[in-house]
Design a protein around this ligand. Structure first.
Ligand code: TMP
Length: 238
């Protein structure tokens, strides 16, 4: 499905908006370091928004890297713990997966008035490849300018979790680590610092949430904010 009508534009920072228009859906993302509980939060949100009282029927859930058949294949390469690759290769692969996902799934839905919630998106590239791998957040933002086709989230929910709690959750998870999760403590610390820099730079767009709070409570708060964004969107009626 082509995303007619959307033009590549520089990716917005604090305050700017680059997608919009009457009747378009709301675009939100959930971000955080590994083990911050994103998937648990999203699971709760899926069940809340599936209910008859959700207030926003048809919210579309997706994730990155992934969301289309090609992007899911790229995900397999990116997370394979048996593969080594250069940081720029990694950055381009995340951007390549995003280019497919944005054009085939995200933008057409937003244009058709459907709202979209994406687990991880652009800010993960800025924090993981820009800060974590040391490529530079502005360089990675610029690489993603074309990949993301100007699709900037209306709101990003960042699950904040400190290093100690993250290490504890990682040990308790007991599952095999993927390529990014096994990149080490220093890498994880730089990623966290990257996210914190983004929160400071985009205070209106990124909402930091304490990841230690009960997921049910976080999910209700996120739901309320999504509904208010929807009400405030041009043509929004909830
Ligand atoms: P997850 O979806 O299970 O969290 O796994 C995705 C991994 O990919 C996670 O470690 C974060 C990483 N990632 C990046 O490094 N850059 C990106 O742009 C995205 C979307 C994810």
């Amino acid at each position: 499905m082509p995303a007619a009508g959307w033009r590549p534009s520089p990716l917005a920072r604090g305050g700017e908006t680059s997608i919009g228009g009457p009747g378009r859906g709301v675009f939100v993302t959930v971000e955080g370091v590994d083990f911050s509980g994103k998937s648990t939060l999203v699971r709760h949100l899926k069940s809340i928004f599936a209910g008859p009282e959700s207030g926003l029927p048809g919210l579309y859930f997706t994730r990155e890297p992934g969301g289309t058949p090609a992007a899911e294949r790229i995900r397999g390469v990116l997370l394979d713990p048996g593969l080594e690759m250069e940081p720029w290769t990694e950055a381009y692969l995340y951007a390549a997966a995003r280019a497919d996902h944005v054009r085939r799934e995200i933008l057409p839905r937003l244009e058709a008035g459907q709202s979209v919630l994406c687990e991880r998106y652009l800010h993960s590239s800025l924090a993981y490849q820009g800060a974590g791998r040391g490529l530079g957040m502005e360089e990675v933002r610029s690489l993603n300018g074309r990949a993301a086709a100007g699709a900037v989230p209306d709101r990003t929910f960042y699950l904040r979790l400190g290093a100690e709690e993250r290490a504890l959750r990682g040990r308790e998870a007991g599952t095999p680590l993927d390529r990014l999760e096994s990149a080490g403590d220093d890498f994880a610390r730089r990623v966290e610092e990257g996210f914190e820099e983004l929160v400071l730079g985009e205070p209106g767009r990124i909402r930091a949430l304490d990841a230690r709070r009960p997921p049910e409570e976080l999910a209700q708060e996120v739901r309320q904010e999504i509904l208010s964004l929807h009400r405030a969107a041009p043509g929004g009626t909830v």
